[in-house]
Structure formats: structure tokens, C-alpha cells
Design a protein around this ligand. Structure first.
Ligand code: AMP
Length: 138
């Protein structure tokens, strides 16, 4: 189930050091070693899965309820006003073991929403795009 070459499997197993903030039967949360802001937590399923698509359905609620609990703890405990919760899948994913970032946010902290540029839909393009996604969902 676990990958001996995986950094986050090592943290889950306790063989790679990390600053643990929470553990459940299914999930481990630890501080990101290079935090965007202090208190930036990574949550991983104990099971080695790479992307969100690989996450077995029974682990969805355990992982995201852990993210909810950590986000609440970051605001109530650290005094952050809010959080940014995110996950890279394949692109920009530097560790191939699914991880949810929970980043403390406070107004004026210097992060201005998403860093990437925004685009616009041409006339009719939004409906075509939405239809394509709806078909893929069906
Ligand atoms: P991503 O780029 O979305 O895959 O995020 C991977 C995150 O893992 C980065 O924010 C890194 O700072 C963090 N990271 C890498 N190695 C470690 C480690 N040994 N302990 C804790 N966090 C780590």
C-alpha cells in the first residue's frame, strides 16, 4: 500500500521527520517545511495515492473533514482570519502523494487570491465549455 520511495509515506510511517499536527486512522497532518505562512499544514491520506482522481471514495470524507477541522483550528488557534485550501494534481505537484494544503490567511498578508492570470470567454464559449464538462460528468 505504501511506496518506500515516497517522502510523504515516510512521514506517515514515522521514518521521515515531520512536525505532526493531527493523526487519524486514515489521515496525517503535518507542517509544510517551507510554509507560505506559519501554520501552513499538509494533510495526506495514509494510503499512497497520487492525485485526487486516485483517492478511494471511503477516504474522501476522512480527508476533507480533516481539512475542515485543521482550517477551523488555524483560525481559532492561530488567529488567522481565514484559510486557503488547495491541492496540486500532476501539474505543479512536487510530491507524488496526494496532499491538501491548508494555508492561514489574513487580510493584507500579501497573497492576492490566485497568482495566475485570468482569462475571458468569447461569446458562446462559456456554454460550449460547460456543455463539454457536463457531458464528461454524465
Ligand atoms: P506541492 O508543490 O503542491 O506538491 O506541495 C508540496 C509541498 O511539500 C511543498 O509546499 C513543500 O514545501 C512541502 N514539503 C516538501 N518536503 C517536505 C517535508 N519533508 N516535510 C514537510 N513538507 C514538505
Amino acid at each position: 500500500m505504501n511506496d518506500p520511495d515516497c517522502l510523504f509515506c515516510g512521514i506517515v510511517a514515522g521514518t521521515t521527520p515531520a512536525t505532526i499536527v493531527m493523526e487519524t486512522d486514515d489521515v496525517v497532518g503535518f507542517l509544510d517545511v517551507r510554509p507560505v505562512f506559519k501554520g501552513h499544514v499538509l494533510l495526506v491520506p495514509r494510503q499512497h495515492v497520487v492525485t485526487l482522481s486516485d483517492l478511494p471514495e471511503p477516504l474522501i470524507v476522512p480527508l476533507f473533514s480533516a481539512a475542515q477541522r485543521v482550517a477551523d483550528a488555524i483560525t481559532s488557534g492561530l488567529g488567522a482570519q481565514g484559510t486557503f485550501v488547495a491541492m496540486n494534481n500532476v501539474v505543479s505537484q512536487s510530491v507524488a502523494h496526494l496532499h491538501v494544503h491548508v494555508v492561514p490567511r489574513t487580510k493584507g498578508d500579501g497573497l492576492r487570491g490566485f497568482f495566475w492570470p485570468r482569462t475571458k470567454y468569447a461569446d458562446g464559449e462559456a456554454e460550449t465549455c460547460a456543455a463539454t464538462i457536463r457531458e464528461a460528468l454524465a
